[in-house]
Each structure stands twice: as structure tokens, then as C-alpha cells.
Design a protein around this ligand. Structure first.
Ligand code: SF4
Length: 302
């Protein structure tokens, strides 16, 4: 449904919304920003009871991002990472939905980073977290943005967890694979500060980059870091061959790691090689977790 005449320039449609504001998003001058209205923002989820996304698109621009599939439903001329649609009525929509929704766990966020740079001025994720926590829902944060620290005050004494995703502890690799996200050091700082604030914490090591961040040495560095941070919950996931992901991964490999292009293709798309690869990585993960006495906190591994 378009909201052309009544709602002025705001659209809620499967079509690309009209351009309102070509930037600026701090640090992302190329990003195209559009405003949309949504009919629902709290959605049932297979990951948790609910998921909530205040934005379509994500300027963290991760090369391996599975959320690229959103472009099937919300086509954009710009490539993934260079557009953000802002659901300007997210907080009001959530307030309406909460009159009927049964309290549960809300994953924040499943198809964007709720604390990506534009959230600094829009404050929609903050507004939704506030409403949810006040209404007895638990909020399960997963982010790569240090902006989340702005909102720790909301979580104090409430039911929630502050989680960060870390793909690698190697900053050079991180800049290549997730150029718009906060630095690895900043993500570790989020966990340390959350813990200091008395909040439950988590780290998702994902996706492990084949032959780059899935070696024994790399995994041990990650688990050592998790142990130092005394994180409460850990998850690990492999890189999966999801729709639209391979073309961007393939481009980066050809440019930066040409010798890995074929090995990646094999472990992603050859069923036999993939099964062997996953079993080997699982064994290395289990061993690294055991070495740092973190088996009990590893609540999910592919
Ligand atoms: S932070 Fe998440 S949603 Fe955003 S680009 Fe990276 S993987 Fe995709």
C-alpha cells in the first residue's frame, strides 16, 4: 500500500520508496536514505519469539550479509550497504502491536544492525527497546556498533542481553569483510562495558571465514578473548551459502585472496567437501572452547 497523498512523502510499499534525503549518514556519504511507514514492526521469528527491524538496509556493508535477500522484497537500485529505508513510524506501530502481543523474547535485529550509524539521529531502535523492556519483553541485542552503549541505561534491571558479532579479531580482515561496522576493539569494549554495567552479555563468532578465521590459532585467540571478557553466552556459526551472498564473497576473494576462491567454492557448494569441512571446524571450535573452559557458555554451534 502506498501512502502517497495522505501521508505526504511517506511510502509503505514493495516498490522502492521515493528519495527524501540523499545522506548524510555519518561516515557514509554515499548512502541513500529514504523514509517509509510500516504496518507492523514486531514480527514472529524462527530465531526467537519475535524479531524487530527499524530499518531496511544496513550500512555496515558486510560482504557475507545474509540480509541481502531483503532486496527481493524491497528492490533498490543501490547495492546492499548503500541504502537505508527508515521506518519512521516504528515506535508508534510497536506501541499499537504491544496492546495484543504476548510478552516474549525479541531479537534485535535480524535483517539490519539496529544500531547502525543512522540510529544515532533517528533513535528508533532505542524507542522500541524502551517500550519493549517497559512492557515485560526481553530484548536480545546482536550488533556490531558501539552506538549500542548509548542505550545501556534502558537495560539496567530489565530482562535483556547485549550481544556482539565478531567474525575475526584481525582488524585488517574485519575492514575488508565488514567495512562499515565498528572496529573489533570497539566491539570487545561493548561487552566489557555491558558487563561493568551489570548486563548479561553474549558474543556470536560468525560467520567463521574459511581458511581465514577458522584456524586453530584464530579460534583460540577468539575464545581467549571471550574468556578475558567473561562473556555469559557464546555462539559460533559457519559461513553458509545463502542467496545473493556468493557474488559479493566471490568478488572480494578474487580481489584480495584469489588463491582462496576455489577452496571457498568447494566448501560452500560441494556437499561432500562441505560436510567434511564443517565437521573439522566443529572439532576445532570444541577444542578451543575446552582449552579456555568455555564449553558451558557455548550455547550454539553449527
Ligand atoms: S551488520 Fe548484519 S545486517 Fe548489517 S550488513 Fe552486517 S551482517 Fe548484514
Amino acid at each position: 500500500m502506498k501512502h502517497g497523498a495522505k501521508a505526504g512523502r511517506l511510502w509503505a510499499s514493495a516498490e522502492t520508496p521515493p528519495l527524501l534525503d540523499p545522506g548524510p549518514v555519518a561516515g557514509h556519504p554515499r548512502v541513500v536514505v529514504r523514509e517509509t511507514v510500516c504496518r507492523s514492526v514486531l514480527n514472529q521469528s524462527s530465531i526467537s519469539d519475535y524479531s524487530l527491524n527499524c530499518y531496511t538496509g544496513c550500512t555496515n556493508e558486510c560482504v557475507y550479509c545474509y540480509a541481502r535477500f531483503m532486496q527481493r522484497f524491497h528492490p533498490h537500485a543501490e547495492p546492499w550497504g548503500e541504502f537505508v529505508d527508515v521506518k519512521v513510524n516504528a515506535v508508534e506501530t510497536l506501541r499499537r502491536q504491544l496492546r495484543r502481543a504476548r510478552p516474549g523474547d525479541v531479537f534485535m535485529s535480524s535483517a539490519c544492525d539496529g544500531w547502525q550509524p543512522i540510529e544515532a539521529s533517528r533513535r528508533l531502535t532505542r524507542g522500541c527497546c524502551e517500550l519493549l523492556l517497559e512492557s515485560g519483553f526481553s530484548v536480545n541485542v546482536l550488533t556490531k556498533s558501539e552506538l549500542v552503549m548509548r542505550d545501556f541505561d534502558l537495560f539496567a534491571g530489565r530482562n535483556g542481553r547485549i550481544g556482539v558479532t565478531i567474525t575475526t579479531l584481525d582488524d585488517r580482515l574485519s575492514r575488508l569483510w565488514e567495512p562499515g561496522a565498528s572496529s573489533v576493539a570497539a566491539r570487545c569494549r561493548i561487552v566489557a562495558e555491558a558487563r561493568r554495567a551489570g548486563l548479561r552479555t553474549g558474543i556470536m563468532f560468525a560467520p567463521l571465514l574459511p581458511f581465514l578465521s577458522d584456524t586453530t590459532e584464530s579460534l583460540e585467540t577468539m575464545f581467549e578473548c571471550a574468556a578475558d571478557l567473561a562473556v555469559d553466552d557464546l555462539w559460533v556459526d559457519a559461513l553458509n551459502p545463502r542467496p545473493k551472498v556468493w557474488s559479493s564473497v566471490s568478488d572480494l576473494l578474487r580481489r584480495e585472496f584469489p588463491e582462496l576462491h576455489e577452496p571457498y567454492r568447494r566448501v560452500l557448494f560441494n556437499e561432500g567437501a562441505r560436510a567434511v569441512y564443517r565437521a573439522e571446524v566443529r572439532n576445532r571450535v570444541t577444542a578451543a572452547a575446552a582449552r579456555f573452559k568455555l564449553q558451558d557458555r557455548l550455547t550454539g554451534c553449527f
